[in-house]
Design a binder for this molecule. Structure first.
Ligand code: BDR
Ligand code: CA
Length: 310
């Protein structure tokens, strides 16, 4: 199996992404690193443990990372995810422990110890932990197989400001470090995730699995979608983070191109904007495979099938 570390700020869509990974034998989750984002760190690390237990995987190692972005004050998103970050289902408090080590230490030690090119980082929140690891130990950069991240938006614009997507906006300086790192990046922007909508039919298919995981995910998605559905007037909300995991399982579900991505860190108006050179009008070299399209039906079929294995 392909070995991954999931860096995350759960978040209902983060939770579904973790479950998709744990339901997929092609992937081995070497650890989960939590970061502050959707809600503060004390909640994101706890939510990550709740989800591992829901999946019947209390053996997964969960680490807590950065409590705040590198330069800016933490901005959270309780209006989207609820006060706990995981509103919707009733999940018990976790019994499994939080690991003692800091998430950044775990990232550095694992990447330096394991065979070079064997670990993929799946980034589902702001990029603070990954940027800190790259700064702390630059020798990890060529050892990372790939960073697959949910973040940014270009033709679709932003979802927290007109210009910026939440994950990049929370810590634009960290995103800048990551996009300049030379590590191969696959980017799942809003241009993709706004096409992966949780329609009533798709949620029903998950609930009809008739399992504890199916019920919990259906409850999460029903809570999560109400916000975006109202906002964008769409049939269902966008299911952002699971696109990252789905890409590792079925890259053929996605289409995009290699281009240069630069992150705005200077202007307050456009702070955290991902400037994507889709048309190749600069001579800046490509640093990311930027996705723009998704086979949404194929994606939800895959998700439902894999959740059914838990
Ligand atoms: C991203 O922001 C968070 O609210 C979601 O979990 C996702 O990672 C979407 O902009
Ligand atoms: Ca997230």
């Amino acid at each position: 199996p392909r070995r991954i570390i999931i860096d995350t700020d759960p978040g209902q869509d983060d939770a579904v992404a973790i479950l998709l990974a744990l339901g997929s034998a092609e992937l081995e989750v070497a650890g989960i690193t939590a970061v502050a984002g959707n809600v503060p760190l004390a909640l994101t690390e706890k939510n990550a443990r709740k989800i591992c237990e829901l999946a019947g995987r209390p053996d997964i190692k969960v680490f807590a990372g950065a409590v705040r972005p590198l330069m800016r004050a933490l901005v959270t998103a309780e209006e989207v995810h609820g006060q706990t970050g995981l509103n919707g289902p009733q999940l018990p408090e976790p019994d499994m422990p939080l690991q003692d080590r800091h998430a950044v230490d775990f990232l550095v030690e694992t990447l330096m110890r394991e065979e070079s090119g064997s670990i993929t980082l799946c980034a589902l929140g702001s990029l603070t932990n990954i940027a800190l690891a790259l700064v702390r130990e630059p020798r990890i950069a060529p050892r990372i197989r790939e960073i697959v991240l949910m973040g940014g938006g270009f033709f679709e614009g932003g979802n927290v400001t007109p210009a910026a997507e939440f994950n990049i906006h929370v810590d634009p300086h960290a995103a800048d470090i990551v996009f300049r790192s030379g590590v191969p990046i696959v980017m799942m922007p809003l241009d993709v995730t706004h096409k992966a909508l949780t329609t009533a039919q798709r949620i029903d298919a998950i609930r009809n699995l008739g399992t504890g995981v199916g019920d919990a995910v259906a409850a999460m998605l029903e809570f999560f979608e109400r916000f975006d559905e109202e906002k964008y007037g769409t049939d269902g909300g966008p299911l952002h983070d699971p696109c990252v995991i789905a890409y590792l399982l079925r890259p053929d579900l996605f289409a995009g191109r290699n281009c240069n991505v630069t992150v705005e860190t200077a202007s307050e108006l456009t702070m955290g904007m991902t400037v994507v050179d889709w048309w190749g009008v600069t001579n800046r070299p490509a640093n990311a495979l930027v996705m723009r399209d998704i086979d949404a039906d194929g994606f939800f079929e895959l998700l439902t099938q894999r959740l059914g294995r838990l």
